[in-house]
Design a protein around this ligand. Structure first.
Ligand SMILES: Cc1noc(C)c1-c1cc(NS(=O)(=O)c2ccccc2)cc(C(=O)O)c1
Length: 130
């Protein structure tokens, strides 16, 4: 009903704000767009579920996320994919892994500091009722 739509609208505002702040952080530039398959031809053979910050925004606008937990599953894909595709000891791989870990820590810190657990509980109730 109306109150539920108000809660989900507030969730989308929060998730958009978090995503836009991540996209503005220079450390995360490589995560702002899908990995370019022209530049990385074997990427989709290694990574089954690509994800990036622009796709997160599209998903938010398409009402894909009803809870922060669902949003976090997709943000986790971004850094997990980067760790999986770039496992080597060469400086480039180490550099992208360092940024992937920074993305993981930054998202968790924002959620810990800015998400009210009662709000997330209401979102989980809505998801279970659907
Ligand atoms: C993300 C990601 N996961 O695996 C890799 C590898 C990356 C990644 C993707 C991009 N952006 S891109 O796919 O458009 C591109 C790849 C190669 C040359 C030029 C552009 C950049 C970087 C980077 O470190 O700058 C890394």
């Amino acid at each position: 009903e109306e109150q539920e739509e108000d809660v989900l609208r507030e969730l989308r505002l929060f998730l958009r704000n978090v995503t836009e702040r991540l996209a503005l952080d220079r450390r995360f530039k490589a995560f702002t767009k899908p990995v370019d398959i022209e530049e990385v031809p074997d990427y989709l053979m290694v990574i089954r579920k690509p994800m990036d910050l622009s796709t997160l925004l599209t998903n938010i606008d398409q009402h894909k996320y009803v809870t922060v937990r669902e949003f976090m599953s997709d943000t986790d894909l971004i850094w997990q994919n980067a760790l999986e595709y770039n496992p080597d000891s060469d400086p480039m791989d180490r550099h992208i892994r360092h940024r992937a870990c920074a993305l993981k820590d930054t998202v968790r810190a924002i959620i810990r500091d800015e998400l009210d657990e009662d709000f997330e509980r209401v979102c989980e109730e809505i998801r279970e009722s659907r």
